[in-house]
Design a protein around this ligand. Structure first.
Ligand code: ADP
Ligand code: MG
Length: 390
């Protein structure tokens, strides 16, 4: 798959570029609380501005049904300005005459951030009229928002009908890092945890023929215990997980690759922390982490891997007593990556947990996109990317 990279773009000095990013960051009290998504987008912005583009930057923020001042992108403009050390103006409107006046004033090397794209319903519905209005603001379209490429929305898909379209540097890197999971050097070890079987199952279905081992943890594993009629007490499980899991166990090839925790850390009725073998959980207890024997087994597989992909924490890492499984796996994955293996992680909470290890520099790739990464690896259609293929 050859993507039309922004690097192929020549002579765009003075041209107006509409750059779609994913700066969907947490905001409270009018300030950006966490900015790793903005930082990840700086390379493309810097590249375009340093070559003299006049930049319109647009993102969504949350899922508003109508304009909502709590979900204004204005605080993002302020943070972006600080990080870029270049002028970044803010447009309170997205389309229309007022916006056009502001765009006229952008000088080469300067940027204007638009208000939240999702204040317009047309964004959600991939509406052609809205997309055409967006396109009328600029000469060229660049998509650097991998995280939304699995969604058919106006600023991701329909806009490409009206402007020459290119992929940003971050989007290009996401695809290149994830393609190595789809065509892996073997052995491929897939590590999955977190919650919600339904969102994780397609990935297991898609990757199992290539995967050598699928190591499970987190609440995801609880569903497998439940299916095997092991006691899970008060643990978090999905009510409708059995049908999905049955399919996995019916297929002997998948079943032979799936590895479940052999020991788990539970919270007892009195709030104490206890280590037990999987299967010895009491009715009043809650599984909240994987145990040390499990880590030892998983470590053996991780040490042999040439490709590793990890999504979903091994336990409720937000509580100190239950973070050890997740952090141990994180350290193992990090130490095997960038050299011996191609190591990729992704997912909102997975990345958050991983950052606690301060070992991010050892990873080959940390995906900024949770849902989109799962969709891409799971083989779903990615309408946003389709438009950028040469
Ligand atoms: P990601 O965002 O990385 O894809 P998920 O959204 O699937 O991950 O799941 C992350 C959440 O799952 C975390 O907030 C974590 O606390 C929770 N979790 C993991 N294991 C358990 C467990 N055994 N019991 C309850 N919650 C769990
Ligand atoms: Mg999550």
């Amino acid at each position: 798959m050859k993507i039309n990279s922004v690097r192929n773009l020549r002579d765009f000095k003075g041209k107006i570029i509409f750059l779609r990013v994913d700066f969907n960051v947490p905001i409270s009290g009018g300030k950006v609380r966490e900015d790793h998504k903005i930082k990840a987008g700086l390379e493309t912005i810097d590249y375009l501005l340093s070559k003299g583009a006049r930049l319109i930057i647009a993102t969504h923020l949350g899922n508003p049904k109508k304009p909502d001042c709590k979900l204004s992108t204005r605080p993002i403009a302020a943070r972006l300005k600080t990080l870029l050390r270049r002028p970044v103006k803010f447009s309170p409107k997205i389309v229309g005459a007022e916006t056009k006046v502001l765009i006229k004033k952008i000088k080469p090397g300067e940027a204007l951030l638009l208000e939240n794209l999702r204040f317009y319903q047309g964004e959600y519905t991939n509406d052609s009229i809205f997309a055409k209005e967006l396109a009328s603001l600029a000469d060229i379209y660049v998509n650097d928002a991998f995280a939304v490429c699995h969604r058919a929305q106006a600023s991701v898909v329909a806009i490409c009908k009206y402007l020459p379209s290119y992929a940003g540097l971050l989007l290009e890197k996401e695809i290149s890092a994830l393609s190595k999971i789809i065509r892996p050097k073997k052995p491929l070890v897939v590590i999955m945890g977190g919650a919600k079987v339904k969102t994780k199952a397609p990935l297991i279905s898609k990757l199992y023929p290539k995967a050598d081992k699928i190591l499970l943890g987190g609440a995801l594993a609880n569903n497998f215990f439940k299916f095997q009629k092991l006691e899970v007490g008060k643990s978090l499980v999905d009510s409708d997980s059995d049908a999905v899991i049955k399919k996995f166990f019916k297929n002997k090839k998948i079943a032979s690759k799936i590895i479940l925790p052999i020991d788990v850390v539970v919270k007892t009725k009195t709030g104490k922390t206890k280590l037990v073998l999987s299967g010895n959980v009491q009715k009043s207890e809650k599984i909240l982490d994987v145990g040390p024997e499990t880590i030892a087994v998983y470590a053996e597989h991780i040490k042999k891997a040439q490709t590793i992909v990890w999504n979903g924490p091994m336990g409720k890492f937000e509580e100190d007593s239950f973070k050890h499984g997740t952090l141990s796996i994180a350290r193992l994955v990090a130490s095997r990556s960038s050299g011996p293996a191609h190591g990729v992680i992704g997912g909102g909470e997975t990345v958050e947990a991983f950052q606690l290890t301060k070992m991010s520099e050892y990873m080959d790739w940390i995906s900024t996109a949770g849902g989109a990464m799962l969709s891409y690896l799971g083989g779903d259609k990615m309408p946003g990317i389709k438009k950028l293929i040469k």
